[in-house]
Design a protein around this ligand. Structure first.
Ligand SMILES: NC(=O)c1ccc[n+]([C@@H]2O[C@H](COP(=O)([O-])OP(=O)(O)OC[C@H]3O[C@@H](n4cnc5c(N)ncnc54)[C@H](OP(=O)(O)O)[C@@H]3O)[C@@H](O)[C@H]2O)c1
Length: 329
C-alpha cells in the first residue's frame, strides 16, 4: 500500500481549503500502530481544525478527526495485536496527529482501546468522544455525590453530540433530564432519547449579574460556557454538581464564590483528551453496558468521507443535531 484516501486541509496565504485526496502513506506520522479506519466521528473540535483554528492544529496540511475505530493492520507494540478491533479517541488524534477522516491512522499504542465485546465499530463511533465526554461527566458527578433522587439535571447544547449523549446516558441511569436547546424543532427528538422536558437556551442564560438565583436543578452538564455556565452554577441546589465540558458560547466564566460557599455546589472540569488509558477503558466498559444509550442508532447520522467537508460549517454554526459519523471503509 503506497497511498490512501484522506480529507486534507491545506493552508495557502492564510486561507484554508478542504478536499479528499489520495496521499502517500508517508503522510502519516511514524507511530507504532497502523489502523485501517472503519468509522470516524465528527466533532466540534474537528470543525475548528478543518477551519484552520491554530489553537487546535498548528501546522497544515493536516487531516482532522479526533475519533476513529477500525482494525489494526500493523503493530510494533506488544500492547496491541494485529487484526484487533480498536477505538482511538482524542489524545492528539486529529489535532496535531493526522486524524480519523482517512482510510488509515498511525498512533502510539498507549492511545489504543480494545473494542468492548458488546459494541460494534459503528456503535463505538456513534458514541465517540461525545459519549465518552458525557460519560466522564456523569461518572465524576456521581463520584461527587450526585444521585437521581436529588432532582432534575439540566443539559445545555442538548441537541449537540456531547449534549444528546448526556441526555441519553443520564436518562438510562434514572435521572430526570431538562434539555436546554436552541432548536425547538428537536424537542420531540430530545424527549424520545430521554429528556423529561425541554427549555429554550435563552432561559438558561441569565445576564442580570446576580450572584445567586433560586434553585432550578440539582445538577448540570454544560457544553456552552460563559453566562450559561454561570447560570447553571448559581441556579443549582445544595451540594449539586455542574460538569463543565465545553465552550460553544464562550470560554469565559465570570462569577462569585457564593454558589460554592453558600450552597456547596461542585464545579467539575471534564478533560476527555488526556484521560489515562486505565480510566479510559473503564469508561468505555460502562458505555458498552450501563451507560449505553437505549437507541444509539436514533442519535446518529451516517455520511461518507467525501461528504465530511459539507458538515464542518454546519457543526460550527450549531446547525446539526445528534452525532454524525462517517463510514470510511
Ligand atoms: N471537555 C472535553 O473533553 C470535551 C470533549 C468533547 C467536546 N467538548 C466541547 O464540548 C462542546 C460541544 O461539543 P460537541 O461536539 O457536542 O458540539 P456540537 O455537536 O456541535 O454541539 C454543540 C451544541 O451547542 C449548542 N450551541 C451551538 N452554538 C451555541 C451558542 N452560540 N450558544 C449556545 N449554544 C450553542 C447547539 O445545541 P442546541 O441548539 O441544542 O442549543 C449545538 O448543537 C464544544 O465546545 C467542544 O469543544 C469538550
Amino acid at each position: 500500500m503506497d497511498t490512501y484516501k484522506a480529507l486534507v486541509v491545506r493552508e495557502k496565504e492564510g486561507r484554508f481549503s478542504r478536499a479528499v485526496e489520495e496521499v502517500p502513506i508517508s503522510f502519516l506520522p511514524k507511530n507504532e500502530v497502523l489502523i485501517k479506519v472503519a468509522y470516524a466521528g465528527l466533532n466540534y473540535k474537528d470543525a475548528l481544525s478543518a477551519s484552520g483554528h491554530k489553537g487546535i492544529t498548528r501546522e497544515f496540511p493536516h487531516t482532522p478527526g479526533v475519533d476513529a475505530a477500525g482494525e489494526v493492520v500493523e503493530t510494533e507494540s506488544s500492547l496491541v495485536a494485529s487484526g484487533q478491533k480498536v477505538i482511538v479517541t482524542s489524545y492528539d488524534l486529529g489535532m496535531n496527529t493526522k486524524g480519523g477522516f482517512a482510510e488509515y491512522i498511525r498512533v502510539p499504542a498507549k492511545w489504543v482501546v480494545p473494542l468492548p465485546d458488546e459494541l460494534s465499530l459503528q456503535d463505538s463511533m456513534a458514541m465517540g468522544t461525545a459519549a465518552f465526554t458525557a460519560a466522564l461527566a456523569v461518572d465524576k458527578m456521581e463520584r461527587a455525590g450526585q444521585r437521581p433522587e436529588m432532582g432534575e439535571i439540566v443539559v445545555t447544547g442538548a441537541s449537540g453530540g456531547v449534549g444528546s449523549m448526556a441526555v441519553a446516558i443520564l436518562a438510562k441511569k434514572g435521572y430526570r433530564v431538562i434539555a436546554s436547546s436552541g432548536k425547538q424543532e428537536q424537542y420531540s427528538w430530545l424527549k424520545s432519547i430521554g429528556a423529561k422536558r425541554c427549555i429554550n437556551r435563552d432561559g438558561v442564560c441569565d445576564e442580570s449579574g446576580r450572584p445567586l438565583l433560586s434553585p432550578r436543578w440539582a445538577g448540570g452538564i454544560d457544553t456552552v460556557g460563559g453566562d450559561t455556565l454561570h447560570t447553571l452554577i448559581k441556579s443549582c441546589s445544595k451540594e449539586g454538581s455542574i460538569a463543565v465540558c465545553g465552550l460553544v458560547g464562550s470560554y469565559e466564566l465570570k462569577m462569585t464564590v457564593y454558589p460554592l460557599i453558600l450552597n456547596g455546589v461542585n464545579i467539575l472540569g471534564i478533560d476527555s483528551a488526556e484521560t489515562p488509558l486505565t480510566h479510559r477503558k473503564s469508561i468505555w466498559a460502562k458505555l458498552a453496558k450501563e451507560y449505553k444509550p437505549k437507541s444509539v442508532a436514533s442519535l446518529t447520522k451516517i455520511v461518507t468521507l467525501d461528504e465530511i467537508p459539507t458538515y464542518m460549517d454546519e457543526i460550527l454554526n450549531g446547525e446539526t443535531a445528534g452525532r454524525i459519523i462517517a463510514k470510511i471503509s
